[in-house]
Design a protein. Sequence first.
Length: 150
Amino acid sequence: MIQAVLASSSGAYDALVAVHVVFAVVGFGAVAISGVYGALARNQSNASETTRYFASRGIAEWLIIPVPFVGLAALLVDHRSGDLTEVWILGGSAVWIAAAAILLAVVRPAEGRLRRGQDPVGSGRVLMWSGIASDVLFVVALALMVTQPG
């Protein structure tokens, strides 16, 4: 089925799917990397490295937010790619809601505390676990998008 869709898809659909994938990989990857640096922040000997990392603006992780909207646009461009009530689309939406909630309610505040030098051990632990949760959500989303269960 996936080959049939790819063989008959339009350039707009292909471009939207490519943007969807890039945004997901970069956004989830940025949160995962924040988790790695969060784990490093728990050790005072890594203070200068983590301070440098968290001094950046952290724009890449915001790419998680438009992921479902670009995916929806791709679905609307190519009607053969799925009905909006299919399990993989609803499941992907649920994964995105969880990822966005983690980003907005957990990751961004912990990064802000690290930027201000507040509680590096506690904030680092929060980021480490958030990064792990982001990794799990990414794998679930990837499995849903590739297998597209009905």
